[in-house]
Every structure is written in C-alpha cells, then in structure tokens.
Design a protein around this ligand. Structure first.
Ligand SMILES: [Zn+2]
Ligand SMILES: [Zn+2]
Length: 831
C-alpha cells in the first residue's frame, strides 16, 4: 500500500472501472426493489461550476447509498437545452444557439465525469434533439384532442422599439425594454395555452398526499393555486346593471355598509352622479398610473372617493353607498367588493377614515359579546354566530354561508362560487430556440394540427435571430410555407415555439426509454420505475416547474401512460452555493469555482465531501478552498490510518467479539458511526453530522495502541471495513481504493460500489455505557454495564440478574436501595 494519499492517481482509475463494469446501469438487479433518484437536470447556458455541482453531489450520495442497500437504482442525467438564455446569448455574440449549446453540454459532461457522479450515462437526453421534442409536439396534439391545449387572447409585453414580444424578465425599471430601452406596453395577442386550471382542484388535493415534500413548498403551491370558496352576489344599481361582488364571507353581508369598485371597473363611468364625475375621474386616472403592489401593499394608505350612487343589498333591501378605492383591483375577482367594516380590518380602517357606518353582525361563539360597531377597536374577523341578520340570526358562520349561497341561487341574485388564483399556462413564445408548435394555419380550416405521422416538426437550423420584429421562424420561408393537411391549399406553419418549461415537465419519464421512437416512453418501464423516489433541486422552483410537472403527470395519467397521479414521492430542496466572496456563485460576479482546477488541486472526493460537510442539505454554503483543503487532509489521515494498520488487514472478519479495553471502545464507536451515517441517509439527510462522525472514528483509530491479540485485530479490521463502506457515498474513489487494499486479492473482481451497506449491532450502539459498582450492605459484590442515562430501576434490574449479587440477596429482605447515577448501587438488606 502506498504511504501517501494521491487522488489524481486513484480517481480516474476507479471511474474507468465503474464504467467498464456498468455498475451504475439501471436494471442490473431486475429482481430487486427499485429506487429512482433524480436531480433537476442542468440548463447548460455556460460552463459548469461548483454552484451547479451541489445538487448532483447530494443526489449521487443518495444513489450510491441506495445501491449499497441492494436496490435497483435509476440515476439518470440529461440537459435542458432549449430556451431563452441560450437564444439571448446567441443574439449577443452572433453564434447559433445549437452550436453554443452543444459546446456547453460537452464541457458540462466532462466536468460531471471528473466529479465521479454515478449516472447511468446511457440514458442521457438532450431536450434540443428532435428525438426528444417531437414528443413535446405529440403531447401538445393529445392535449389539443382533450381540450387541454387551446387558443386564447393573451396579454403580452410588447417592446415598441424591438417590435416584438419580450419576456417578463426582460422588462426592466419603469416598463422599459432591457435590450433597447424603449417603452414596453401591454398588447393582446392570440396565443396557445394549457388549461391547467381544469386541474386546480386535483392539484390542490394532491398536495395532501405529498407528505415527504418540504412543507414550505407545498404551502407555496397551495397559495399559488389559491382556492377561495365563496359566493357571488348581485347588488342592484340605478344604472340598471347590477354590481357583482365576490365574497368569501357572505355570512357577514347584513353588516355591509358600503360597496367598493375598482377604479377601472366598467360600471364606474355609468353610475357616478354627474356632480361627482370630475373627482372620480381624476382619482381613477391617478390610480391607473400607480402599480398594483403600491396600491394594495401592506402599508399602503387606503384611499377612495364616493360616486354619489347607491346599490341595493339583495338580502335586506338596504341601499348602501358605492365608492371607488385604490385597494380593489379590476384583475382580481369581480373588481367589486362588499364592505363589512365590523368584520374586515381593511374595510374597518377605510370606514373609520371616511366616517362610514360600522355594524356588528357576527358574535364570538365562546367569548363576550362585541360592543356595537361604533365602539369596536378593530374588526372581529373570525367565524362566529350570526347576529342582527334577519332569518339567519343564530346560525354559525359556516352554516350561514351554505344557506345564504343557496338562497342567492334560488332567488336568482347570485350563487356559490369557487375562485382560483391559478391561471392557465400560456405556452407560446415568439422565439426561435424552442419546440415548434405543431400547427398549420389554413385560410379555410384555421388552425389544423400537424398529423402525428409527420412529427417531428423540426426546428430549422438556419434562422435569423435578432430579437426584433416578427418571430424568427416567420422569416424562414422553407419552414413557414406548407400546405394544409386537410385540403392541400397553401398554408402557413405556426411560427411560435413552446415555453421551455414544457421540456422539463416530463423528462423524468423519457429517461425510462430514452431511445424509444414509437412513443414518449415505455408504459411498462413507467410501471417499474415511477414515481420518482427522491427528487433533488432548488426551492426556487416551488411554483413553476414543480407545479407544471405535477400537472403534466396528471395529463399523462389521463392518457393512460402512468399509473400513479403524482410524479415524485420525496422532494429534497438544497441551499445555494455562495462564492468565496459570500455572493451567490455566478459567472456574473466572477466568483465561480470550476471543477477542473479544483479536482486537480484537491481531488474530486475532497470537493464532493466539502459540499456535503459545509452545511445541512437545505442550508446555503460559502465556498472555501481552505475548508476543501481541510477535507483533503482528513482523507489523508484516513489513508494513513489504513496504512498504519496493515497488520490487521488479514485478521478474521468475525472474531471481534472478544475485543476488550480500547478495542471494545473502538467497536462501539464503529457501530455507532454505522448507525449515525445510516440515519443520515434514511431520515434527516444531515450529511454534515454523518461526516463529523466519520472524522471521530478516524481519530479513535489513530490514537489506538498496537493490537496484540486476534480479537483486537479483528476489531480494527471491522472498523476499517465500515469506514471504507460509509465513505463510499461521499468520497467514492478513495473509499473504493481503501476497501480494495483492505480486502486484498479475493476482492479483485468486486466493487465496493455494489457491496452491501454495513449493519450495526444494537447492543454496541448504546450511547455511553458506564460501569456501575454493586454493593450489598456496603460491600462490593459485583458490577454492571449500563447506559449512562439509566435510572435506578434499570440498574437495579441489571444488578439483581448478576449471579454474585443474587447470591447475597437470596433469603434477605431489601430494606432500602442507595443509587448514585453512573457510579454505584447499594442494597441495604436485613435478615
Ligand atoms: Zn426593445
Ligand atoms: Zn385547409
């Protein structure tokens, strides 16, 4: 065995061995239970850096551990290659996005291989390949058939300078175009959309089953889907047309003392009394120029003006004034609200400011009655018992809501309604670098789907990408000009491409049969491998990608392609990697750490292990070369611990039971470490404490005296074998090397990557065992081993079972027991 630890001589060798043996190929253990470990695939917009690497280090540790647990593991990788960043970069430097993307993928792949990730590379996919995106097109056609894909009038950001639609992230301060600085206006254009709102209820309900997702992610999805159950109620006006209000608290409607319209509400002009027109118009004009967040934000002052008009509450016939105010938005709900100041804090503040009446109509169910409205200090917003509410007085809020919505329906002035914050997913982009939408526009037949056997509609290589004017595909005549599949008349292809979120919505299923050219994936393989068991990625994807792919999975479920309705069982979100300067690692800040030089300096194992040691998975980490060096030194110490104990390598593996003194302590440490590291994988993912436990084990090994007897040598061998195995998910190369040194020639054809994960002996993991003296009437009669935390009863039971102690207790009466924790137990006996 070499004396020195030299990663550069170890790492490439084992990477080749793993590769040749195909140990990371899914399906190697067809009879075993499956585990599908997936990381969010990379978007290769530039070169890879260690900020990208963290997610794969985490996923790889999990995948390697699960293989050692005996599972058949699928751990694939691919590249999310289409989309705006690549196109924008192409506009900037004049290079074709395809060329640039291919180059980035090549370097990403090389860097990933350098870090020794255990991917099944044979399943690699690239979303920019027609073999992949033809299935985006196929899904689009299926969704069209199902009524899930449809054409609508959408609102888009239109740059007046570039004469094109631009993405939200390209609109900078003051509604200007990031590229040319011209004003950006809202423009209504026809677009394709997916009816994700038709799945709102099931996407919401499905969250309850996602018990292994971080709660903050499911909470964000719940809010994003945003269900509110309520009622729509019509208030009659003098203008003939009623004001339709939406409320989630129809039970409070007898306390309504005014109605508020959004300044943009179409009724405002018609109902405002002539003498109030000037003031109302000026107010509406001012509000149009203020953005929604400034108007409705937490601290924003509530402002409004009276229209002079009144509306009639249909439940009690009361005429209430109609106001216009800043905090009601036209885009949300009906753009009109009924105001109940006694039971809504915002309405309360507004009423106080403008001297509008406040009337209490809900009383607390289990507390004192509220004072009359005018004496209230703040709104009472909880549910309670209805008061002063005509025929509904005395009902609970919940019962009243159901009853009152029903009455609204029966009497024709409203209905029970469910509203959602979720909007349909607009999927067309006026861009080049995406999946062409498989539609042909015929002058006679309108939008005609491209027949399935004509897929893929291939993105033409040649295109003029300027980011201005018409979409790039519109300027490629060979692409645009075609004939109608129905009548053969000259027609035009759709020139828009799909949102890049389409690509990442189902890629996890494509990995199951990545070369399949007859269908998107093999349903039999889906039965074997789905759902994904662990998905690792950034929490910033909480509501876009992670919602879209849940939606897509449900669509695939409807199409009979998958058998379960959720794509992922357990979601793991990881923190970000900051550069050495404490800012998020990014090309933009010039603080990136590249895998190549890093691996050359410290080795892949040290780099990987640092990423896992620096913080728990979900926390952010700051890059530190010094700490990577510290990990490298630890791996060097580990190496020397093996080197120093070569005399134990040949000891029999199962003769450690008789080990004593420090060697028994070593055994305890070994088994405790196995337990800790195993729990790290199976429960809390606190790899940092797992690695700390490995460090302690190495310290214990280092401080050990020479082993004189076989049992002690066997104990050392047991510790070394466990250490190599436990290191394998974190620092796989050095672990493999050390394990082979330890095992010698019999293991020549084996690989640690496929060896069973070590087990621990529960008897040896009892934390901090202490020796307690046992006395009978003050005389030492024996001793027992007990956990340090053991109380009197436990120690007494152990002591009474000791043969020598038993002898002195037989036939006597125990009058008293004296117990000194961790030290002594004395039986005071008589007779
Ligand atoms: Zn512009
Ligand atoms: Zn036609």
């Amino acid at each position: 065995m070499n004396e020195r630890y030299e990663p550069s001589s170890i790492e490439p060798r084992w990477q080749t061995r793993w590769d040749e043996a195909g140990v990371f190929r899914a399906g190697r253990r067809a009879g075993a239970e499956k585990r599908y470990v997936l990381e969010m695939f990379p978007y290769p917009s530039g070169a890879m850096h260690m900020g990208h690497a963290r997610v794969y280090v985490i996923g790889d540790a999990l995948a390697r551990h699960l293989r050692m647990r005996g599972f058949d593991v699928l751990h694939p990788i691919g590249f999310d290659a289409l989309g705006l960043p690549a196109e924008n970069a192409a506009i900037k430097d004049g290079r074709h996005p395809a060329e640039r993307t291919r180059e980035n993928i090549r370097t990403f792949r090389e860097d990933m291989k350098l870090l020794g990730y255990s991917f099944d590379w044979e399943r690699e996919i690239v979303t920019a390949d027609p073999e992949y995106y033809r299935w985006n097109q196929w899904f689009f056609l299926k969704m069209l058939e199902q009524g899930i894909a449809y054409r609508r009038e959408g609102k888009a950001n239109w740059c007046t300078g570039c004469a094109t639609v631009i993405a939200n992230e390209q609109v900078v301060d003051d509604d200007r175009c990031e590229r040319c600085g011209s004003p950006v206006v809202e423009k209504v254009i026809p677009e394709w959309a997916f009816r994700i709102t038709a799945f709102a209820q099931e996407l919401l309900d499905g969250l309850d089953g996602l018990r292994e997702w971080p709660e903050r992610i499911t909470t964000m999805q719940r809010n994003w889907i945003g269900q509110s159950v309520g009622a729509e109620v019509d208030f009659a006006t003098d203008a003939g047309e009623p004001v339709k209000v939406f409320t989630t608290r129809v039970d409070t409607i007898f306390g309504c003392t005014y109605v508020v319209l959004a300044p943009e509400h179409p009724l405002v002009e018609r109902i405002t009394r002539p003498e109030r027109q000037g003031e109302v118009r000026a107010f509406a004009e001012r509000m149009r120029k203020t953005d929604a967040i400034a108007r409705t934000g937490e601290g924003a002052p509530k402002e409004g003006v009276f229209t002079g008009a009144h509306a009639v509450n249909p439940y009690n016939g009361e005429r209430v004034p109609v106001w216009v105010a800043n905090f009601v938005l036209a885009g949300y709900g009906t753009g009109a609200v009924m105001s109940v100041p006694a039971h809504d804090q915002r309405d309360f503040e507004f009423a106080r400011k403008y001297g509008l009446p406040i009337r209490t109509v809900i009383q607390p169910a289990h507390a004192e009655r509220l004072p009359p409205g005018d004496a209230l200090g703040q709104a009472f917003t909880e549910d309670g018992i209805l008061d002063a509410s005509g025929p509904y007085t005395g009902l609970s809020s919940a019962a009243a809501r159901a009853r009152m919505a029903e009455e609204a329906g029966a009497r024709g002035f409203g209905q029970a309604t469910v509203r959602w914050h979720l909007r349909d997913w607009g999927v067309s982009r006026q861009r080049y670098w995406g999946t062409p939408i498989p539609i042909i526009h015929c002058p006679e037949h309108g939008a005609v789907p491209v027949p399935e056997d004509q897929l893929p509609v291939v993105l033409p290589e040649k295109a003029i990408i300027t980011g201005t004017g018409e979409p790039p595909l519109a300027k490629v005549p060979e692409f645009v000009n075609t004939t109608c599949p129905l009548c053969g008349k000259p027609s035009r292809r759709e020139v828009e491409t799909m949102d890049t979120f389409v690509d990442s919505s189902w890629y996890y299923a494509r990995y199951l049969s990545p070369r399949d050219d007859r269908r998107p994936f093999d349903p039999e393989a889906a039965r074997r491998w789905l759902p994904v068991d662990v998905y690792v990625g950034g929490p910033e994807h909480a509501v876009m990608h992670l919602l879209y792919f849940r939606f897509w999975h449900r669509v695939m479920h409807r199409l009979g392609l998958v058998h379960e309705d959720e794509p992922v069982r357990r979601l793991v979100t990881q923190g970000i990697v900051n550069g050495p300067d404490g800012r998020k690692m990014s090309k933009r800040w010039g603080n990136v750490v590249s895998p190549g030089p890093l691996v050359q300096r410290f080795g892949a194992d040290a780099a990987r292990m640092f990423v896992l040691f620096a913080a728990p998975v979900e926390k952010d980490i700051d890059w530190s070369d010094e700490q990577v060096e510290g990990i490298q030194r630890f791996l060097g110490r580990t190496w020397r611990a093996f080197h120093a104990r070569q005399d134990c390598f040949a000891a029999p593996p199962d003769a450690a039971a008789g080990a004593a003194g420090p060697f028994l302590e070593l055994r305890r440490r070994t088994h405790r470490t196995v337990k800790r590291v195993t729990e790290g994988f199976e429960a809390d993912l606190k790899f940092n404490t797992s690695i700390a436990a490995l460090m302690e084990l190495v310290n214990e090994l280092t401080g050990l005296p020479p082993a004189a007897i076989e049992a002690d040598r066997s104990a050392v061998r047991e510790a070394l074998a466990a250490l190599a195995a436990l290191l394998a998910p974190f620092a796989p190369h050095v672990a493999e090397e050390l394990w082979h040194e330890l095992m010698g020639p019999p293991a020549r054809d084996l690989l640690l990557a496929e060896q069973p994960w070590p087990a621990f002996d529960p008897a040896l993991v009892v934390a901090d065992v202490v020796t307690i003296a046992v006395q009978v009437n003050g005389k030492l009669r024996g001793e027992v081993q007990a956990p340090a935390a053991a109380g009197e009863a436990e120690v007494r039971a152990l002591a009474e079972a000791e043969e020598r102690v038993k002898l002195h207790l037989t036939g006597k009466t125990v009058k008293k027991v004296v117990f000194v924790p961790k030290r002594l137990l004395n039986f005071v006996v008589a007779g």
